[in-house]
Ligand binder design. Structure first.
Ligand code: MLT
Length: 406
């Protein structure tokens, strides 16, 4: 008789955003007249920029002619895309990353969950608390996290690094030594950032204790402050301890198009084993590459016109972030984030738990957000709102919340 991967059975509930989706659908079915505003999952709402649409059209036409047709993509992704990434995201910022250290993929969610595969099950992971749930869940599925404590909502073999108002939502170096450290800045869900000196401390620490940092920089396009690093490779020594994940979802609206990449420097080694070589082996075996037309669309993100159009799109969402931040603050809420990130992190009012506040908002003003406890125990009394809605919906949601009696 076949057996299932028993580690899956340890997972509590369904994926956070699936649970929210089900709750909202049930509410909507019971109240078809309700005009629900969704500021829960960080899904973009603005259409693709014109230069990206032009690139897609052009690539589709190429696929229709024998002489310009493309079949399987190269293992690491097309060179035309990897070159513009290396030039714009790295060399232009003084980071020494070459095109052959970039692995193009269909997004950072997949890469952030798959990357753990190249590490031994004996490795101990450290995560921020709260944290993007994919990092932990993917390690649970692999069998790396020990047993679940339902009361504390923690795993016995995971090192949690609380990110609270007291530490400015920035993790402190853990007291127990981890092997793999997940960091995400600008942070999902809190919207917090750390400056270059703070990130350098993490890099120095990882090199000192022999840990690897998996650095999720999916939200780097939203950085507005000078001293916030856009890449971990801005720090000295990162080439020997860090993997960086990037996404086209948030900076270019590719949530439905799918494109991302992972950077693994050639110097990053466990003993004499190169992580670059292991990931290349995994990529070649298990992945057939992002579609040609999508990689051409990715290339357009770096064209002069593309950059100008996307700067406007990011500004549009950050205007929403500002509106939410200021609106809720003026209504007496305790808010943070929203300056270098499209997420606003607020304290649930009147001692409510985060799921109580979720239900309250949905039922009383038909606004959907994300309960902080879905990201970890330290998120229990917090709530996340995304700035990725339309401006009109954002304004209406804030006005509804301001008028709400709690
Ligand atoms: C989020 O809402 O946290 C993100 O949209 C999830 C994701 O990017 O996968």
């Amino acid at each position: 008789m076949f057996k299932v991967n028993e580690h899956y059975l340890k997972l509590p509930g369904s994926y956070l955003f699936s649970t929210i989706g089900k709750k909202v659908n049930a509410y909507s079915a019971a109240h078809p007249e309700a005009k629900i505003i969704r500021l829960g999952i960080g899904d973009v709402t603005q259409p693709l920029a014109p230069s990206i649409i032009d690139a897609l059209h052009g690539a589709v036409d190429e696929m229709g002619k024998a002489e310009t047709f493309h079949g399987y993509a190269p293992d690491l992704g097309y060179e035309f895309l990897r070159n513009v990434i290396a030039d714009n995201d790295y060399k232009a910022r003084g980071c020494n990353i070459s095109a052959d250290e970039i692995f193009v993929s269909d997004g950072a969610k997949c890469d952030s969950s798959n990357i753990q595969e190249i590490f031994s099950l004996d490795n101990k992971i450290a995560v921020c608390d709260p944290v993007y749930p994919v990092y932990v869940d993917s390690n649970v599925m692999a069998g790396r996290t020990g047993e679940y404590d339902a009361k504390r909502e923690t795993w016995s073999d995971v090192i949690y690094m609380p990110c609270t108002a007291d530490n400015g939502f920035a993790p402190l170096l853990p007291s127990q030594t981890p092997d793999i450290i997940y960091l995400c800045f600008p942070n999902n869900p809190t919207g917090a950032t750390i400056n270059k000196t703070q990130l350098q401390e993490w890099v120095d620490y990882a090199n000192r204790v022999g840990a690897v940092i998996i650095y999720d920089a999916a939200y780097e396009a939203y950085i507005s402050e000078e001293d916030v690093p856009h890449s971990i490779y801005e720090c000295e020594g990162a080439r020997t301890c860090a993997i960086e994940l990037r996404s086209f979802s948030k900076n270019a609206g590719f949530t439905g198009v799918r494109l991302g990449f992972t950077v693994i420097p050639k110097e990053l080694k466990a003993g004499d084993v190169s992580l670059h070589a292991l990931w290349a082996r995994r990529h070649g075996t298990k992945y057939n590459g992002a579609p040609y037309i999508v990689q051409r669309a990715g290339e357009a993100v770096y064209s002069e016109a593309g950059k100008a159009q996307l700067k406007k799109q990011v500004a549009y969402y950050m205007n929403n972030a500002h509106y939410i931040y200021e609106g809720l603050k003026s209504a007496g809420y305790t808010v943070s984030g929203g300056v270098n990130a499209p997420y606003i992190w607020l304290k649930a009012p009147n001692g409510m738990t985060s799921w109580e506040f979720f239900d309250y908002l949905l039922e009383h003003v038909n606004v959907v957000g994300t309960p902080g406890s879905g990201f970890g125990p330290s998120g229990e009394t917090y709530f996340r709102l995304t700035a990725f809605g339309s401006y009109e919906n954002t304004v209406e949601a804030v006005e509804r919340i301001k008028k709400m009696s709690i």
